[in-house]
Each structure stands twice: as C-alpha cells, then as structure tokens.
Design a protein around this ligand. Structure first.
Ligand code: SF4
Length: 358
C-alpha cells in the first residue's frame, strides 16, 4: 500500500532546536503556496490509490479548515486507513478539533517536545502541560482515537527529573503513540549552530551531555514499555496496533508521494525531492530526482525493532560490517532476522554511516 505526504512549512515561530525547512514566512506567500500545492496534487498521475495521508511540516494545524478540506478532497482513496495531522499545541479548540475530523483526519501528532516549563520556553514554544491536557480532551471529544506525542531528549534545561516529569505526563495523558527524538546538533537549527560554536544563546550552555541524553532515551524506553507503549522503531513507540501505518512505509520502502516544499517521493525505483524553500517551490525550482539504491533496504529496515532479513545480495554487499557489528555487540541475530542491540540503537548513526560507506 502507498502513502501521501503533504508539507505545510508555515509556523507561528521558529523553534530553536528545529532543523526543518520550516519557519515564519511572509504572510503573502501562504495563498501562493496553497495554490502551488493544489496545482501539484491536481497534476499528479496516480499510479496507485493511497491508504495513508500525512500532513506535516511545518505546522499544518494552522491551515484554515476550508483549506485543509480542499487539499484532502484532491487525494483519492478516501476514507484512508490513517490520516495524520501534525499539530502544535496551543490553539486547538473543540470547534477546530471537530473541523479536522470532518475533513477526514483520524490521527493527530502533537509536537509537545516537553512538559517542563523551562524547556518549553527556551525552545520557543508557547504551550503548557495543562494546555496540552485540555487540548487532548478536545481531540478525544471530537472522536480522535489515535494521538501521538513528540518528545525531545536533549533540550536546554532538561534534567533527569524534568525528563521523568514529561514521562509522568505521558502516563497521565495515555496517548496511543509516542515519538522520542534525541536532539540533533547541526548547522540547520539556531540551537545546533550555537552549540557548534560553543556559544550560550538559546540556553546552549545548559543542554544535557550526550551521555545524559542517551540515559534519558533509555529511561523513556523503559518507562514507556511499562505503560504498554513499546518501541517499534528507533524513535517510535506505540500501543499494540497503533504503530504509524504511514511512517512504516518509509522503513519498509513502500511507495509514497510527497507534495509541497522539500517533500520527498519514492515510487519503488526513483527518489525525488521538491524545491527546499517555499520560494523555490512556488516558482517550481529545485526539484531533483535520483535512482533509489537497492542497498538502502537493509539499513533503513534496521531502524525497526523487529529487524530485517538480509538476503544473499545484502550479505555479499554488507557481510563484512555486519559480522563486525555482530562481534562488537551492536547487531544481534534472531534466526534469520538481524537487528540492532540496545547499544546499537544508541550508536545507530555510526552503524548506518558504515553501511552507507560499504
Ligand atoms: S519544530 Fe515544528 S513548529 Fe517549531 S519551527 Fe520546527 S516545524 Fe515549526
């Protein structure tokens, strides 16, 4: 089965840790962007009928309900088995939640990141734990049965006790799905840049160490498992039956088509990416395509907790690094399945890098 991704990169603020091609853009670009998005969807030749739709970004929850309706009306296959809307907590009213359900949304992914006030403020977000709780109640009342909460390990001001506080809120709010990301430090976010320069802005001097972040991640794995929310992918945890059907396509190399700025597509043979910035996308610039490599199946699949079955070609290509990682305790075998060990999960970037260079 295949999926559709729609990118809406407009946000109310640019969060300090965010390294996506999203942010605050001049208001007049918004209608131009929506027109370009509708044109791109209308022009698409559907080789298959999608069964999942994912609206990400960005903050697609800021779309006017009429615009959301119009975009979804252009996608074939309704009702889809999973239709996710990424939402920033802070302005979800009972009316808005009902409008999303009317438009076809059945899953909401809340970019909470933290329930601790200091961390929320320093990252540039405006919600509080109580606001998130109230808004989840609105979503439930409107009929949303599948809610994800995103958390980030590594935010400025985060301590083991504040991290445990955020996990306590997860326990209280009982979402079906949780994503736990470890802070990414790179040039593409303001906080990342500051950390690389050794500066102090955005609370950079008060971010937890790599060891502390790894420990927070392991605490989350254990706590979430005790709540019945098991890890099924490096960053993703779900109650049984609530694993994200859309996101699983990325790790299983199922086809998907992405619409909007910076959106990626994969048809099983070719990967393509739209222009990265809002301006490039509106102007139809910057789209590029490249053949997919057969090799990626192995290391993309290794992100999944159940692991992957390497075939003869994988062994020929990656036999040497696989054997070394097995010896070093970063990979393990279960019959013909190959998977990351707990230590391998923490060092997964190094493992995947090795496969990329093999
Ligand atoms: S984290 Fe989300 S809300 Fe914040 S700037 Fe990035 S995409 Fe926008």
């Amino acid at each position: 089965m295949s999926g559709v991704y729609i990118s809406y990169p407009f946000c109310a603020q640019k969060c300090t840790y965010c390294n996506f091609a999203s942010g605050v853009f001049p208001r007049h670009l918004e209608p131009l962007y929506l027109a370009a998005l509708r044109d791109e969807i209308r022009a698409h030749q559907w080789a298959w009928t999608p069964d999942t739709v994912y609206l990400g970004g960005g903050t697609p929850s800021n779309l006017a309900p009429a615009d959301l309706h119009e975009l979804l009306a252009l996608i074939p296959g309704r009702p889809w088995s999973e239709t996710t809307l990424e939402a920033a907590p802070g302005n979800i009213s009972p009316e808005l939640a009902r409008a999303w359900v009317d438009a076809g949304i059945n899953r909401v992914s809340l970019g909470v990141q933290s329930f601790a006030d200091t961390e929320i403020r320093r990252s540039g977000r405006r919600h509080t734990a109580e606001i998130v709780a109230a808004e989840i109640a609105h979503l439930r009342a409107a009929g949303i049965r599948d809610i994800n909460i995103d958390l980030i390990a590594g935010l400025s001001g985060q301590t083991e006790s504040s991290w445990r506080e955020s996990l306590d809120w997860i326990d209280r709010l009982a979402p079906e799905h949780v994503s736990v990301y470890m802070l990414e430090v790179d040039e593409d976010s303001r906080l990342g840049k500051e950390l690389l320069l050794g500066g102090v802005r955005y609370g950079a001097s008060d971010t937890p160490s790599d060891d502390a972040i790894a420990a927070f991640y392991e605490i989350a794995v254990e706590r979430l498992a005790a709540m019945g929310i098991a890890r099924y992918e490096i960053s993703n945890f779900a109650r049984p039956g609530y694993e994200s059907r859309h996101n699983l396509k990325y790790w299983r190399l199922d086809p998907y088509v992405g619409f909007g700025a910076d959106a990626h597509s994969f048809d099983g043979v070719t990967r393509s990416q739209n222009g990265e910035t809002v301006e490039d996308y509106i102007a139809g610039r910057g789209r590029h395509t490249e053949p997919a490599t057969a090799d990626e199946r192995l290391f993309v699949g290794l992100r999944l907790t159940r692991g992957i079955r390497p075939d003869a070609a994988d062994w020929r290509r990656f036999g040497r690094p696989i054997r070394r990682f097995l010896k070093d305790g970063l990979l393990e075998r279960d019959g013909d399945l190959l998977r990351l060990t707990n230590r391998g999960v923490l060092l997964s970037n190094e493992v995947f890098q090795e496969f990329l260079g093999a």
